[in-house]
Every structure is written in structure tokens, then in C-alpha cells.
Design a protein. Structure first.
Lengths: 181, 668
């Protein structure tokens, strides 16, 4: 057991990178689930009075689901970067710990923005219930919250690329020295 | 495939002929009524409304609603899964309306109201009785005779609960021993149920001690007899109430035989009410009434000839609508592209002065749906199912469009499934090496998302980029239709220089093998686009400073017609196509693995394999199709429509028998 832990966390960064990637998936998924729950509860209330709005509300309810996908994409980029998808794992300890940090921090943004986007969706659902013709514009309200999830996703993708693919990174040489096994 | 041309029509009619006019317009079914006051500028208030009360229609609708609710209460109407997503109106012919009008509503209404109210009361009584039984059942289990406790006068007896630790402390307290007597009734985990007695004259001291030891009182029920007697009586009452409800059910089932007529009448009286509302929308002077509305250009001749024949006193004034009128929108589209109309109706009608996006969005939606759901087997199943359902509901345009959309989705799903090697996951691999399906699968596959996920991600993002640029092209098309070529250049061409230029500039970060010449070209496009946007995006602002700031900020995306960061955000949003597509494939593969494990069972392995695979893939089909539809629709409504769509249009609803629940068809 000790050998495995040493291999995973001290000799390589594999363990830390995997923890970070799963944390990102987990937090993004939790945020989306909670956000959708909030939006769905509001949607159920509006639909009980106006069932013909189902089509418009379905998209609004699904909007907070984006963060779950983004968490998966970040995790996937990490697995790909450290070679896990190609069965050739190459991840220095420092790189792995850095990826863990990225995964947790980005995961927290996805979690928080997912819940808040759900609340914004609920407000947009309420607006659509009162003014069905404004349904198209109402969709824009929760989309504004998603901007920050996108920014977090982009930051994660870029940092992951720079940490794992030295050729792309402006600080390639420095990173190589710091993170190579 | 377009927004139907509309004419703004004003009708002038002698005041005493208004009823006849409304009747003719109702029968024609081509005139969308608007409030005349929104069209006429009657500053001097020379015109007034000649309203008639809709009391009779409202009364009938109310009574019919009560009858329908009563029937619904006792005889649940089975609605299929289709009706839950796309309501199917009842189709009738005109003669049914005449027959239904003979149904005596008033006696039915009185009976149903009585049944409905009685049902409500009985349900409440049953509910109260059941609650009381539940609360009494607690006391029924206790070894107590509560009826013996009520005759005590000098003593106060209470039933209550102590925490076990506090109870031990109480019984060790001499003060408690002096003031109280007790009997432990039962122990409930950490708590103890105790019967406490004390002299009525020492109430204060006793209460103080009980409070000190955190006593929780359980109020004793006030009963005449014993708990058992009371529960027995309540059960008898419940049985009697349920018997009465059963008799009501039998009567409701009798009334339910007239359900179709009730629904027809509801449609009829809703239609009558709409006639009254139409009448009330007009404005009148002493002699003339003015009626305002819209008619499709193709129906104008029909309107004019009918009015010339039936209402020759009416004068028809028609003109083309202008910006600011907000005319209603009627969409006509070919049957092949009709599913696009279903999506547009979900989102909201386009502005009349814009264009119908139905034919343009269908290709995008089907591409997204195909990538999300991509599997040959699932696609074929979807095609077969939806083809049958579309034929079954061929006379219901909305429902037919719904199934046609999924039929086309099945085609795109099968195509993407073939290109990505997904045939119920990897099911052909379990039928033996080199089998026909496996050969077909391997020959058609050009990309394996599981083994080449980065390429698949790039494909998804590429689809997003193409969709966004397509949206910008449609924006240019819209501006050209409105006769604004400069806006088409400033809000279209410049973005089509800036954004691809930006992509080419940053591509080496992700794809190091991009040729340098492309980067150079991208750089030039980026600079020209950026300069053009800075100079033009602030053109509607006042002042050179505001124009410049808006131009600069528009490159980012908060202001102006688009933005760099907005574009990147939209593009990244399409990554969900990869996630959903992989999910469908991986879940399918997982069920195949599970089925294979069961398949190794001796003798019945084949049957178990088939059963497990069937159940698993059915489950995957249902959960994946929902996600594929919702997220594809979201990408269309948000990212794609955001580039060019102008909504806010009101649906064209001509005056006529246009109830949502009932529709008149010819030759029923």
C-alpha cells in the first residue's frame, strides 16, 4: 500500500492529477444538479398554471446543466494531458499537484456558478410565465452567469495544456525543468 | 417557406350590421382581430365602445368546466405520452356542434356541482377521520384506560415523555417524589413514556418540577368512550363515506358518456366568447363601427368576395403594415421542412419584418442531435417509431411536426453512428469475430470518439464555429432583406474577418502543425476586422468618445453586435456535443459488458444476454434522447439564434372556431 501511495503521489503526479480531475467532475456535476433542481421547481409551478409553456421552459430548466459538461471536459483534458487516455502516463509530481489545484479551483467555480445559474433560470422561468412572449429574451439572463463558467473552463484548458505540453507553453523551458520526472 | 405576407385591414360597417359582420368573419376564419383603439388615433374621443357582455358565454363555460371537472374527478381520462408533450385537440365536424347544443347543460351542471361539493366534503371527512385514527392508534397501543382518567377531580393526570437520563434524575429527586406519582407506560429508545399524577391544588409546584426535567406533554384525547370504541366508530364512518363516493362514481361514469359533447360545447362556447370579444374590440360612432385586424394577403380576395356577397355595406381598407405595427405572424413552410416550425413555436414567433428561421435551423439542430445521440441502432429505432407516429397523427400539424423532427433526427443519428462506429455501442463485436455487422461497422467508421477524443472535441468545436458563422451570415441576410447593406457589412462581414482571424492566430497553441502562412493570413484578417469593428460598432452612439469606447468594448463582447469572448464562450459551449455523444456510446458499451457477463451462464446465457441488452439499450435510448433533444434545442435557441433572431412576434390567430382542445375538420 505504501509503495502504491508513494508511486501515485510522491514519485509521480498521477494520484494528485486524478483527484483534481475527479473533483472537477464532481463539483461541476453537483452544481448543475442543484441548479437544475432549483429551476425545475420553479418550472413545475409555472407549468401547473400554464402547461402550454412546456417547450419554452424545458430549455430554461436545462440551462444550468452546462457546468457538469464543463467539469467533464476539464477532467478529460487533464487525463489526456498526463497520458491516461493513451496508456502512457507521464506526470511529474509538481505537475500533478498543480493539476489537482486547477481541478479543485475550477470545480468550485463550476459548482457555484451552476447553482447561481439555476437561480437565474428560475427567475427567467418566472418572467416567461408572466410574459410568454419574452421567453426568448429570458433565456439570456441565466446565460450571463454561464460566462464565468466558460472563463473558468478556458483557464483550466489553457493551464492544463501549458503544464502538460511544454511545446505550446510560453514558459516551456522553465516548466520542463520544474515538472519533468 | 416564409412569413406569410399580411395586410393591415380596417373595416367600416354601419353600426346595426356589426353582428352580421362578426358572424361572417367568424365563419371565414381568416381575420385576426386587434383592438381598434390601438390603430385609430381618436384624440377627441369621438368613438366609443359598444360592448356586449359575455356573461352568457362565461356562465356556460363555467358550468361546462364544473361538469368536466366532476367527470375528471371520478373517471381519470387516460392521456398517452404523446398528449403530455404535444396536446392533441379533439377533431369534430360541424354537425356535432349542432347535436351537442341539444344537451341540457343546466340539470347536468346542478347535479355535478352537488356531486363535486359533496365529494369535496366527504373527502375532507375521510381525511380527518383517518388522521384521527392515526393519532388515536398511538394511545390504542398503550396499556391505559383513558376513559377512566377523565372522572378524576382532585387529581391531575398527564401523559408525557422524558429523556431517559432526565427521567433517572427526576426519580432520584426527593422533591419530585413528594409532589408527583408516576407510572412508566413504556420505554421508547432514548425516551420514556410516563403517566404522571399530582394533586390539582399543587399544580404549580408539579408543573415547575416537570419543566425542570424537560418533560414533554402528550395531550390526551377527549373521548366519551374508550379509544377502541372511537376508532371503531371512525372506521364505520369512513366505510359509509366511501360507499357514498362509490355511488357518485357510478353516476359520474354515466355522465362521462356525454364527455365528447361536453368538450364540443366547451369549444363552441369558447368560440362564442371570442366572437363577443371581437365585437367589443371595435369602436363606434353614432352610425358607423370600425373594426381593425390583419388578414393574410392570400386570403384578401376571399375576404372581399365574401363581404361583397354577404355584407355589401362593409367598406374594406387594406394597406401594408409598417415598422412599429407589430403585425401577427403566420408561417407557411413546405411539408419537408415543417419540423423546423415546431422548434420555432417552442421558442417564440419571429418578428414579422424579420424572416422565418425554420428552414435554416433544421440542419443545425439535426447535426447537433445526431452527434449527441449518434448510434446506428438507436437511429433506426427512432426512425421506425417516429414514422409510424407521424402517420398516425398526420392530421394534427403540431404533433406531426414533432414526430417528423425526431424522424429526421433518427436519420442524422444513424449517419453519425455509422461514421463513429456506434451500433448499440459495440454490440456487433459480441456476435463473433468477422461477422457482417462488425465488418460493416469497421468499414463505415472514420472516427472513434473513445480512442480519438481530442479529434472528436475539435470536430464538436468546429461544428460550433461553423454554426456561429452561419448565424452571422443569416444576420447579414436579415440586414439585406431590410435594405441595410451597410449594416450587413458592419455587423456581418467585419465579424467574419475578425473571428476567423482570431482563431487562426491562436490555433498554434492547440495545433502546432498549423502552417505559418495561415497564421499570417489570420493576423491580417484579425487586424482589418478589429479596425473595422472599432470604427463601426459604435455608430449608433452619440459623440465621438462614446462611439470609440463602444467600438473598443465590442471587440470583447459586452456591447456591439457580437464579441470575441462571446464567440469563444459560444464555441466552447458546443463541447457538450462531445460529452453527450461519448456518454451515449460509453453507457451502451457498459450494458453490452453486463449482458456479456450474463451471456456466459450455461443453457440460458443467450436468452439472458438478449434480455439484458434489450433492457439496457432501451434505458440508454430513453435517457440519451432526452439530453440530446434538450441540449440541441438549447444550442439552437441560445448560441445560434443569438446571432440573428428577432423574436417577439405574435401568432396569427384568425377569428373562428379555434379552441385549443377542439378543432373542426371537414369530412370527419
Amino acid at each position: 500500500m505504501q509503495d502504491i501511495l508513494e508511486m501515485a503521489f510522491l514519485n509521480t503526479g498521477l494520484g494528485a492529477a486524478v483527484i483534481g480531475s475527479i473533483a472537477c467532475v464532481m463539483l461541476g456535476g453537483i452544481g448543475s444538479a442543484r441548479g437544475i433542481r432549483v429551476a425545475a421547481a420553479q418550472g413545475a409551478g409555472v407549468l401547473s398554471e400554464k402547461p402550454d409553456l412546456f417547450g419554452k421552459l424545458l430549455v430554461l430548466i436545462a440551462l444550468p446543466g452546462t457546468q457538469g459538461f464543463y467539469g467533464f471536459i476539464v477532467a478529460f483534458m487533464m487525463w489526456q494531458g498526463i497520458g491516461l487516455t493513451g496508456n502512457e502516463v507521464n506526470c511529474a509530481p509538481l505537475c500533478g499537484w498543480a493539476l489537482m489545484y486547477v481541478g479543485i479551483c475550477v470545480g468550485m467555480v463550476l459548482w457555484w456558478s451552476g447553482i447561481r445559474q439555476g437561480e437565474a433560470s428560475a427567475a427567467a422561468i418566472s418572467l416567461t410565465g408572466k410574459q410568454p412572449d419574452e421567453g426568448g429574451r429570458a433565456i439570456l439572463l441565466p446565460a450571463l452567469v454561464e460566462t464565468y463558467a466558460v472563463v473558468a473552463l478556458l483557464a483550466a484548458i489553457l493551464v492544463t495544456q501549458w503544464l502538460t505540453k511544454f511545446a505550446y507553453s510560453p514558459a516551456g523551458e522553465v516548466l520542463k525543468k520544474l515538472t519533468t520526472e | 417557406m416564409a412569413i406569410d405576407s399580411i395586410k393591415k385591414v380596417t373595416l367600416l360597417v354601419p353600426r346595426n350590421h356589426i353582428h352580421g359582420l362578426v358572424q361572417q368573419l367568424h365563419e371565414l376564419g381568416a381575420f385576426h382581430v386587434v383592438d381598434t383603439a390601438t390603430r385609430l388615433n381618436d384624440k377627441d374621443n369621438r368613438l366609443s365602445r359598444n360592448t356586449i357582455a359575455a356573461a352568457e358565454a362565461d356562465e356556460k363555460i363555467k358550468k361546462l368546466d364544473v361538469i368536466e371537472s366532476t367527470i375528471q374527478l371520478f373517471t381519470k381520462k387516460k392521456s398517452g405520452i404523446v398528449e403530455q408533450f404535444a396536446p392533441v385537440p379533439l377533431q369534430i365536424d360541424e354537425t356535432e356542434v349542432g347535436q351537442a347544443l341539444h344537451l341540457p347543460i343546466d340539470p347536468l351542471y346542478e347535479e355535478c356541482e352537488r356531486i363535486y361539493n359533496r365529494h369535496r366534503d366527504l373527502s375532507r371527512h375521510i381525511s380527518e377521520a383517518e388522521e384521527e385514527i392515526e393519532s388515536l392508534s398511538f394511545f390504542q397501543k398503550l396499556p391505559l384506560r383513558l376513559d377512566k382518567l377523565k372522572h378524576l377531580q382532585r387529581f391531575q393526570v398527564q401523559l408525557g415523555r422524558f429523556n431517559a437520563i432526565r427521567w433517572k434524575a427526576l426519580i432520584a429527586d426527593p422533591k419530585a417524589d413528594e409532589q408527583l406519582s408516576w407510572q412508566v407506560v413504556q420505554k421508547e429508545g432514548k425516551f420514556v413514556l410516563v403517566l404522571i399524577a399530582y394533586l390539582a391544588t399543587r399544580r404549580e409546584e408539579a408543573t415547575s418540577i416537570l419543566r425542570e426535567y424537560e418533560y414533554t406533554d402528550i395531550p390526551l384525547p377527549r373521548l366519551r368512550g374508550s379509544v377502541d370504541d372511537r376508532i371503531h366508530k371512525l372506521l364505520e364512518d369512513i366505510a359509509m363515506f366511501k360507499e357514498q363516493l362509490e355511488s357518485f362514481r357510478e353516476r359520474a361514469e354515466d355522465i362521462a358518456k356525454e364527455r365528447r359533447k361536453i368538450q364540443v360545447l366547451l369549444g363552441h362556447w369558447s368560440s362564442e366568447k371570442s366572437k363577443i370579444l371581437a365585437h367589443n374590440s371595435c369602436l363606434s360612432s353614432k352610425r358607423i363601427s370600425v373594426f381593425a385586424g390583419y388578414v393574410r394577403t392570400k386570403d384578401m380576395q376571399k375576404l372581399e368576395s365574401r363581404l361583397a356577397r354577404e355584407c355589401p355595406q362593409v367598406s374594406v381598407i387594406s394597406e401594408d403594415p409598417v415598422l412599429g405595427d407589430n403585425p401577427p405572424v403566420s408561417l407557411t413552410i413546405s411539408k419537408l421542412l415543417s419540423p423546423g416550425k415546431f422548434l420555432v413555436s417552442m421558442f417564440g414567433m419571429p418578428n414579422y419584418f424579420s424572416f422565418d428561421p425554420s428552414p435554416f435551423l433544421i440542419f443545425c439542430f439535426l447535426t447537433f442531435f445526431g452527434i449527441c445521440f449518434g448510434d446506428v441502432a438507436y437511429g433506426l429505432i427512432l426512425m421506425v417509431l417516429c414514422h409510424r407516429m407521424a402517420r398516425r397523427y398526420s392530421s394534427h400539424a403540431h404533433v406531426n411536426g414533432f414526430f417528423k423532427l425526431f424522424f429526421y433526427g433518427g436519420i442524422s443519428t444513424a449517419i453519425v453512428g455509422a461514421l463513429t462506429g456506434s451500433w448499440a455501442g459495440n454490440l456487433p463485436d459480441y456476435f463473433g469475430e468477422g461477422n457482417l455487422l462488425q465488418v460493416l461497422k469497421n468499414n463505415l467508421m472514420i472516427l472513434d470518439p473513445i480512442r480519438q477524443p481530442i479529434i472528436m472535441l475539435l470536430v464538436a468545436l468546429g461544428v460550433g464555429v461553423v454554426a456561429q458563422f452561419y448565424g452571422v451570415f443569416l444576420r447579414m441576410y436579415r440586414e439585406l432583406r431590410w435594405g441595410r447593406p451597410l449594416d450587413a457589412i458592419f455587423d456581418g462581414v467585419l465579424w467574419l474577418l475578425y473571428l476567423p482571424g482570431m482563431l487562426l492566430l491562436i490555433s498554434p497553441v492547440f495545433i502546432p502543425t498549423v502552417p505559418a502562412i495561415l497564421c499570417q493570413v489570420g493576423k491580417v484578417m484579425f487586424i482589418i476586422g478589429a479596425i473595422g469593428l472599432v470604427l463601426t460598432q459604435g455608430r449608433h452612439e452619440k459623440g465621438i468618445f462614446a462611439k470609440a469606447i463602444t467600438g473598443l468594448v465590442s471587440l470583447y463582447g459586452i456591447m456591439g453586435s457580437y464579441g470575441g469572448v462571446t464567440f469563444i464562450g459560444d464555441m466552447v459551449s458546443y463541447s457538450r456535443l462531445l460529452a453527450l455523444g461519448m456518454t451515449t456510446a460509453v453507457v451502451a458499451m457498459s450494458f453490452n459488458i453486463f449482458a456479456d457477463m450474463l451471456g456466459s451462464v450455461p443453457h440460458i446465457g443467450v436468452a439472458l444476454f438478449a434480455l439484458a441488452a434489450l433492457v439496457g439499450h432501451l434505458f440508454n435510448f430513453v435517457i440519451s434522447i432526452l439530453g440530446a433533444f434538450v441540449h440541441s434545442a438549447r444550442l439552437v435557441f441560445l448560441e445560434f439564434f443569438g446571432r440573428f433572431y428577432e423574436g417577439g412576434g405574435e401568432k396569427f390567430r384568425p377569428l373562428g372556431f379555434n379552441s385549443d382542445q377542439v378543432e373542426i375538420v371537414e369530412n370527419q
